[in-house]
Design a protein. Structure first.
Length: 356
């Protein structure tokens, strides 16, 4: 039996710029195919215009009522936003999605990093086949606090610019709890189930505070193993022994940087899925940019977006208490696994294996 269509979840869809359009269309086609197989109702879409192209045309970065509509949906799906040629007067790019993260409290930026067989692999060590980890990027504060809402940075003429790094107790507590619960769930699924606090607590008071709250939360999860790493050492470890990590929790900017590094280990940004989850809202997007140079040419790897779509189905399943949505998400995950195992999925990145 299908959900009556009035019960169908509503998804706010922001295709955005460049390949954001390509990968969103690919994802929605896959999501619909999977839902059809499970017999669940297809979602209802609310398409919202936003991004650099929209800004260039209208002077706004999102439709006037776009944020309200996004908040009224059960989930948001975003392709990619930004064009290097379109910028604010202060030199920054158009990034309304940072504001969405801020407005809807999407603190938990979940960025899974998994090696698939036959997918492009950058490390020669055979243990790289065992990479299966998650970067949990705090996504509303940290060094992105002043970037989250355009105009928040403290610009003092042409002489000095100050960005603020914010670590607040409520957000950080929620983030660390999310990390430990995630590790518990992963352990139940046969994964390592360990949390690593990635910080720079040796230098910054804000980071020492981040770690202090980590310790407080860790004490309430005695069954979950935890350790620590400074972010610079973590960058080294991600190249040297990434297979030893499971859940890594960190500040916003550190997560932004290390999620690209980690994506690179397993084939590139075309593999970098992302879910940004808050207590009442969630946004799903590939972690890559808009790559306008390859848009519309059937070259973009849609897997990051498709895997983000699978995470969205999982989220919707819980939110709407509709198990067939989770089944459809699992179907997509299994199809990607099988596609790689059979060497039937060859993303464009595979051809860069030897590099230019
Ligand atoms: C990401 C992206 C965005 C970010 C950009 C496009 C604003 O790099 O999702 O990682 O910095 O968060
Ligand atoms: Mg990034």
């Amino acid at each position: 039996m299908s959900l009556p269509s009035s019960d169908a979840p509503k998804i706010a869809v922001i295709r955005g710029d460049g390949i954001g359009v390509d990968v969103t269309n690919a994802t929605l086609a896959i999501v619909e195919a999977a839902l059809t197989q499970t017999g669940a109702a297809l979602p209802v879409y609310d398409n919202i215009d936003a991004g650099a192209g929209y800004y260039a045309k209208t002077g706004r970065d999102i439709e006037p009522d776009g944020e309200t509509r996004a908040g009224a949906a059960d989930a948001m799906f975003l392709g990619a936003i930004g064009l290097p040629s379109v910028r604010h007067e202060d030199g920054t790019e158009i990034s309304p999605h940072l504001r969405l993260r801020d407005r809807f409290g999407l603190y938990a930026g979940l960025r899974p990093v998994k090696a698939y067989p036959n997918a492009p692999q950058r490390l020669a060590d055979p243990r790289a086949a065992n990479i299966d980890m998650v970067i949990l990027r705090e996504s509303t504060e940290g060094l992105f606090y002043s970037a989250a809402v355009h105009g928040r940075a403290d610009i003092r003429g042409d002489e000095e610019v100050r960005d603020t790094l914010l670590v607040s107790r409520p957000t950080t507590e929620r983030l660390h709890k999310f990390a430990f619960k995630l590790a518990q769930r992963r352990k139940a699924r046969g994964k390592k189930g360990k949390v690593t606090c990635v910080d720079k607590a040796n230098v910054f008071a804000s980071m020492a505070f981040f770690r202090k709250i980590f310790d407080e939360v860790a004490a309430t999860f005695p069954d979950v193993e935890h350790d620590y790493n400074y972010v610079d050492a973590q960058a080294l470890c991600l190249v040297r022994n990434p297979w030893d990590y499971d859940v890594m929790v960190m500040e916003n900017m550190f997560g932004d940087i290390l999620s690209d590094l980690a994506g690179g280990l397993v084939g590139g940004m075309g593999m970098a899925a992302c879910a940004e989850i808050g207590d009442a809202h969630a946004l799903f997007q590939p972690a890559h940019g808009s790559a306008p140079d390859i848009m519309g040419q059937d070259k973009a790897n849609p897997l990051a977006a498709i895997l983000s779509g699978a995470m969205m189905l999982d989220y919707l399943s819980e939110r709407r208490n509709e198990p067939r949505y989770a089944q459809a998400g699992a179907l997509i995950d299994r199809a990607v696994d099988a596609g790689f195992a059979q060497n039937a999925l060859r993303p464009m990145e595979a051809t860069w294996e030897r590099g230019p």
